[in-house]
Design a protein around this ligand. Structure first.
Ligand code: PGA
Length: 251
């Protein structure tokens, strides 16, 4: 299975900036002969632009959130059907910034995952512990609880999700989990998936949190790290391409 490298643009970009960035990424991807599967998750207002620039290329696109509701009177929300119509392959769910600033609970994230899957959009379910939780030895329990809610809601579709382990303390801070620290949590996640589905090996478990051109190779070399969810470094074509080029060749 190829690694999966996903750019999380967060609330960044503009029509002109995105176009320049995507053109550079695409020309680098062609030169690289696609060592990995690649996608970017853009702010929703830019998804039509992503669709027009990325259709038929080696770079897929996705959103950063979706409504838990099907349709109707939910001002400001965007439905999974709308994302599907705009060609989104992925949607990031339960990012720590949404959990922290928008009060998203494990149950809400699980309902969103269900809705996305029902419309053929693959949820990238983010899990991760805060620094106090890590220091209190609760990492495993926190991450398992977050993932369990989603597994419970999506049932036999568990093999169709992507999981991203993002320790909160590593996001945007320049502090990365060591490859060994990350691998330890990834193997816990893998075991939890194995208990839920006989196709756990198909589920990609991404690492996210200050992954960059310098540390990507050692993280991506770990057994249970199947790719990366890249914030800051995905806004610079060179850095993003270097991360993609760091993916080991073996399947
Ligand atoms: P970062 O963000 O790479 O800037 O740390 C990762 C993320 O939040 O998805």
């Amino acid at each position: 299975m190829k690694k999966l490298i996903v750019g999380n643009w967060k609330m960044n970009g503009s029509l002109a900036f995105n176009e320049a960035l995507l053109r550079s990424v695409l020309s680098g991807l062609n030169a690289n002969n696609a060592l990995a599967e690649v996608a970017i998750c853009a702010p929703s207002v830019f998804l039509a632009q992503a669709q027009s620039l990325l259709s038929g290329t080696a770079c897929a696109w996705g959103a950063q959130d979706v409504s838990a509701h099907e349709q109707g009177a939910y001002t400001g929300e965007i439905s999974a059907a709308m994302l599907h119509e705009l060609g989104c392959r992925y949607v990031i769910l339960g990012h720590s910034e949404r959990r922290a600033y928008h009060g998203e609970t494990n149950e809400l994230v699980a309902a969103k995952a269900q809705r996305a899957l029902a419309h053929g959009v693959t949820p990238i379910v983010c899990v991760g512990e805060s620094l106090p939780e890590r220091e209190a030895g609760q990492t495993e329990a926190v991450v398992k609880r977050q993932l369990a809610a989603v597994i419970h809601a999506v049932g036999h579709c568990t093999s169709e999700i992507v999981v991203a382990y993002e320790p909160y303390w590593a996001i945007g801070t320049g502090k990365t989990a060591t490859p060994e620290e990350a691998q330890a949590v990834h193997s816990v996640i893998r075991a939890q998936l194995q208990a839920a589905t006989s196709h756990a090996d198909r589920v990609r478990i991404l690492y996210g949190g200050s992954m960059n051109a310098a540390n990507a190779a050692s993280l991506l070399g770990q057994t249970d790290i199947d790719g990366g969810l890249i914030g800051g470094a995905s806004l610079k074509a060179d850095d993003f391409l270097k991360i993609i080029a760091s993916c080991p060749l073996k399947a």
